[in-house]
Design a protein around this ligand. Structure first.
Ligand code: GLU
Length: 494
């Protein structure tokens, strides 16, 4: 039997980084087994539906290099791939469950349910449920006469369909990550399967779809583990074999606890995939990082592209414990992937970013040289622009921290250096000559190298650190360098 997995997000907002990891693990597992990766949109909760969410999910997966084999955008044989378009099927199976006495119609109003809860609480039950005991005193097709049930249905009375959870049973299944998982049905309520608006709940739709879509493995976040026993009861009641389960560890915040949206924000961690796209992260870096967030191949290797990850990934190497989101590690990956991207590939991206920031990049040749000077120093592609702005325009201001190193001699050193390099012809205005001239200035004044170089750097770049100064000056060009020195001498001398 060939492997079929699904990523089943609810379109309630932008794709969370945890969701992207779930999608990635499903994808890696599918590819590892030459199986299919299905995208299913679980849009049964109309009150939380967000219009742009589906497009955001698809765009995010594409950006990350996760290819959808079947989904709303790539229909296969088991569609439709949006739950809102599969309503008839859920009704059909709900009816089957009722006919076989595994589910029932319930007509109780919310006031009646509240009343039941209050009554039970008052008699000492701290968490009253609609269950095998309480259902006996409620208004449902198990307690009402058959003709009344029929009349109510025919009259269009509001109803829900509930699962008839057995009173005392142990539900056991094997989870590929957690081992044997066992739950007592005594703690479960009679789960609503069809809501009064005719929509299925997550539980019914999820089970019907996983079965009818031929899903072999359910790989999803740990937060769904507590729903699994209800799903197991449903599979059994419908006479179906359940898919193999694998519940992934939670993603934890560096300060402890689950990485919630609020926590992530307070710790400066982008939480939606969208922010990684607009934040100019390398998709390969995020993928490599996320793959290791809860999994490892079992050796010291850390760098693997998608193809290698597909080959290496197995569920038995997914950890049980929560995985801490380390943003520094992500930046380490990002830097690695930037360093291994050719200047040719970086060029159009940096060009677009620089132009977007309003810079004139002169020519591709010029920009390539800028990239070469900065390539070793950046960890994110937009840093080429932030760090290299002085290649495109004269500094508008001087970095305050750098200016702490500017003292009363600095201006004189800049003037002396300027005198020397002014004498160079355009052709001689090259890194080696510019360096010798600085060394001469240093020797003549009997000071440290930095005493002269720092003021020259500040005057010409506005910054206290940056790429190798002499090739940078040669690239900026004689006329511009001299004019920047004049401006700085004017602005910085008191
Ligand atoms: N719709 C659920 C979610 O939003 C799917 C959970 C599952 O994979 O079963 O994550």
């Amino acid at each position: 039997m060939s492997v079929r997995v699904r990523f089943a997000p609810s379109p309630t907002g932008f794709l969370h980084i945890g969701g992207l990891r779930t999608a990635l693990y499903n994808y890696l597992f599918a590819r590892h087994h030459a199986g299919a990766f299905v995208l299913r949109i679980e849009d049964t909760d109309q009150s939380r539906y967000v219009e742009e969410a589906e497009a955001d999910i698809i765009r995010s997966l594409e950006w990350a290099g996760i290819e959808i084999d079947e989904g709303p955008n790539r229909p296969g044989n088991v569609g439709p791939y949006r739950q809102s378009e599969r309503k008839a099927m859920y009704h059909e199976y709900a009816r089957q469950l009722i006919d076989n006495d595994f589910a029932y119609y319930a007509f109780d109003t919310s006031e009646e349910i509240d009343e039941m809860r209050e009554r039970l609480k008052a008699s000492g039950n701290p968490s009253p449920k609609y269950d095998s005991i309480t259902r006996q005193s409620m208004k449902n097709s198990l307690t009402l006469p058959k003709d009344e049930v029929e009349r109510r249905l025919a009259d269009g009375d509001e109803y829900v369909v509930r699962l008839k959870v057995p009173r005392r049973e142990t539900v056991k299944f094997e989870d590929l990550i957690r081992g044997i998982v066992s739950f007592e049905t005594a703690g479960l309520d009679d789960q609503v399967l069809l809501k009064s608006d005719g929509m299925p709940t997550y539980h019914l739709a999820n089970v019907v779809d996983d079965h009818t879509m031929g899903i072999t493995h359910v790989i999803r976040g740990e937060e769904w583990l507590s729903s699994a026993p209800k799903h197991m009861l449903l599979y059994k009641a419908l006479g179906w074999e359940a898919p193999t389960m694998a519940h992934l560890p939670l993603i934890m915040s560096p300060s402890g606890g689950k990485l919630s949206k609020r926590k992530a924000e307070s710790e400066g961690i982008p939480v939606n995939t969208k922010e990684y796209i607009s934040g100019n992260y390398e998709p390969e870096a995020l993928v490599n990082f996320l793959a290791y967030l809860g999994w490892s191949p079992g050796d010291d290797s850390e760098i693997h592209d998608m193809e290698e990850l597909c080959e290496l990934f197995t569920l038995d190497r997914v950890s049980k414990g929560g995985a801490v989101f380390n943003h520094k590690k992500l930046m380490w990956y990002n830097e690695h992937y930037i360093k291994h991207t050719s200047l040719e590939d970086l060029l159009p991206r940096v060009k677009a970013l620089a132009e977007h920031a309003g810079f004139d990049v002169k020519s591709d040749k010029y920009l390539t040289e800028v990239l070469q000077l900065l390539h070793e120093r950046v960890s994110k592609v937009d840093e080429f622009v932030a760090m290299g702005s002085f290649f495109f325009e004269a500094p508008k201001e001087y970095d305050e921290k750098a200016l702490k190193k500017w003292n009363e001699q600095s201006g004189d050193f800049v003037s002396m250096y300027k005198l020397k390099i002014e004498a160079f012809s355009e052709e001689d205005f090259v890194a080696s000559n510019l360096k010798s001239a600085l060394e001469e200035t240093v020797a003549e004044n009997e000071v440290g190298f930095g005493k002269v170089m720092m003021p020259v750097r500040i005057a010409t770049t506005g910054q206290g650190f940056g790429p190798d100064l002499f090739p940078a000056l040669a690239l900026i060009g004689k006329e511009e360098v001299l004019s920047r020195m004049d401006t700085a001498l004017e602005k910085l001398s008191d």
